[in-house]
Design a protein around this ligand. Sequence first.
Ligand SMILES: C[S@@+](CC[C@H](N)C(=O)[O-])C[C@H]1O[C@@H](n2cnc3c(N)ncnc32)[C@H](O)[C@@H]1O
Length: 256
Amino acid sequence: MPQPNPQPGPVEREFGVAFPGRVLEATKWTQTALKAMPADGRLNWTDLFGREAPVVLDLGCGNGRFLIGSALTRPGHDHLGTDILPVVIRYARKRANQRGLPNVRFAVLGAHELLERYVEPHSAAEVHCYHPQPYYDPAQVRRRLITPAFLALVHRCLIPGGLLVVQTDNPGYWKYVREVVPVFFDFHERIGRWPDAPKGRTRREIVALKRGLPVFRGHGTAKPDLSEDDALRLAEALPPPTFDADRRLRALDELA
Ligand SMILES: C[S@@+](CC[C@H](N)C(=O)[O-])C[C@H]1O[C@@H](n2cnc3c(N)ncnc32)[C@H](O)[C@@H]1O
């Protein structure tokens, strides 16, 4: 006797904000782990997702909230999220699996390494980077993700006119972003919240909004006439991200 199709699971919440999608019955779960990167060469999106579709990357994706929401609302796009922290990728994968998503993968991998070694130049449609860590401690400043060299790599991985979205709640980081990103992208500050997620696209955005922190959002398209060599030359001439991230903000983070 066929069983009636059970109702999807209850809505999950993070800080009171609904996480996109619902847990499906186990027979509909998918496997969204990207466990091994190619031993030699780059990722082949068609092989990875079994079709040709625009590819969306989320670098430092945390628990995958943005990417899972995008994969649900844009089934015609394929998505890859990476983060250096295995624990957050485990959460992201579990939720994506349980939502039965065929168009998303998650991997434990640094963003710079992903772009430099594994993404075919001019093969991704979008790159998203939400709340990269500001690293308050001067000894860790060199770990900041957004550098001129990183932006040149983002530009290289995008198709002409491809989209970059950057967001932070750190004023020092934002000032730096506004200085360097427009060298590679036709960049615009977004005033106001994202219409698709007014309570926050990502976990960190939700936390920042709840704490009353300002959230700075911007998006831009890759400059079409900038060659890889020119981008690298420009990157060398730009300042590194040595801005003051303001340790008082870390104290606020730790309090919370
Ligand atoms: C403040 S959290 C933001 C996470 C998520 N984007 C959000 O908005 O909720 C920063 C994330 O970046 C990750 N991260 C730090 N350096 C990274 C790197 N080089 N490559 C990829 N992820 C990185 C951290 O592990 C952390 O999960």
